[in-house]
Design a protein around this ligand. Structure first.
Ligand SMILES: NC(=O)CCC(=O)C(=O)O
Length: 262
C-alpha cells in the first residue's frame, strides 16, 4: 500500500489565530488540489504560535473551533489531516493538543504533548498530557508526537512496539538546534524502522527563529523530501511494503530483550 503525505510548513503569525486560520485554509485548498495527498500535516501550535502569556485570550476552549474547522476542511477536500497542535483550554488548564481527522471529517484521536519544553516556558503555562498518540489513519497504525517529545526515544518506542509504522511529528523547532532536529528524526526512523513525517514551521517570533526543514524519512533513514527554511510544502509517497521488508531483514522488534533494559 502507498500513502501520499504532505507537510504544510507555514509561517505562523504570533498570537493571531484568525490570520493563521486563513493561511491554513488557503494552503490546504492549494495542496489538496495540486497534489491530492492522502494525509496533510500541520505544525505545532499553528493557531497561536508560542504567545503563551496571552493563552487565556487566544487558546481554543475545549478545542471546539479547531475541531469544527479542520473537520470541515477534511470533509470538503476529502483528505485526512494530522492537524498539528493547538492550545486547548479546559477547566483544568491549557494543553498543547494534536487533533487527527479522517477524510470523512471524523475526529479519530487527540494527543496532548507529554514532555513540556522548559526552554520555551511551556511548563509555566501548559499542562502535560497523559495519553499515548496511537491511532489508525487510512488503515495504517500510526503515532503522533509533538516537537520536544522526539528527544525521548523511549516514548516513541512505546508507540512502535504497539504497532505504529508511521510517526507523525509536529513542531516549532528553533534554528540553532537544526542539527538535533534532523539527526533525531533520522535516528527515530532507523531505530524504529518506521516512516517519519515531520512538519516544522518557518519564520520567527519575538524570541526564536525557526528551522523549517520539515522532513519525510523512510524506515531505512533515507530522506524522501526535505524543505528549506522558508514557508513551503513537501510531499512524498510512503511505500508501506518497505517497512515490512526492513522489519523482516533486520527483525529488531523480535530481537529486543526488554527484561535487560531496566
Ligand atoms: N517546541 C518544542 O518543543 C521545541 C523543542 C526544542 O527546540 C528542542 O530542542 O528540543
Amino acid at each position: 500500500m502507498n500513502l501520499k503525505v504532505a507537510c504544510l510548513q507555514i509561517d505562523i503569525v504570533f498570537g493571531n489565530p484568525e490570520a493563521n486560520i486563513e493561511t491554513v485554509k488557503k494552503e490546504i485548498e492549494k495542496i489538496a488540489a495540486a497534489e491530492k495527498p492522502d494525509v496533510i500535516v500541520l505544525p505545532e501550535l499553528w493557531t497561536t504560535g508560542y504567545d503563551l502569556t496571552r493563552l487565556d485570550e487566544i487558546a481554543d476552549l475545549d478545542g471546539t473551533k479547531t475541531i469544527a474547522l479542520v473537520s470541515s476542511l477534511a470533509k470538503t477536500h476529502e483528505v485526512s489531516i494530522v492537524a498539528g497542535s493547538v492550545a486547548k483550554k479546559t477547566e483544568s488548564g491549557v494543553t498543547n493538543t494534536m487533533y487527527i481527522f479522517n477524510r470523512q471529517g471524523e475526529l479519530i484521536h487527540e494527543y496532548s504533548k507529554l514532555h513540556l519544553f522548559k526552554l520555551m516556558d511551556e511548563h509555566l503555562y501548559l499542562n502535560g498530557g497523559t495519553e499515548k498518540g496511537l491511532f489508525q489513519l487510512d488503515g495504517l497504525q500510526s503515532a503522533g508526537v509533538i516537537c520536544y517529545d522526539i528527544r525521548f526515544p523511549e516514548w516513541i518506542r512505546v508507540h512502535t512496539t504497539q504497532g505504529a509504522e508511521i510517526l507523525y511529528v509536529v513542531a516549532e523547532w528553533p534554528l540553532p538546534r537544526l542539527h538535533h532536529w534532523k539527526s533525531m528524526l533520522i535516528s527515530r526512523a532507523i531505530e524504529n524502522q518506521c516512516f517519519v513525517v515531520a512538519c516544522n514551521r518557518s519564520g520567527s517570533d519575538p524570541k526564536n527563529e525557526f528551522a523549517g526543514h520539515s522532513m519525510i524519512i523512510d524506515p531505512w533513514g533515507e530522506i524522501l523530501a526535505e524543505a528549506g527554511t522558508e514557508q513551503t510544502s513537501i510531499t512524498a509517497v510512503l511505500q508501506m511494503e518497505k517497512a515490512h521488508e526492513i522489519r523482516k531483514q533486520i527483525p529488531i522488534f523480535k530481537d529486543r530483550l526488554p527484561h535487560f533494559y531496566s
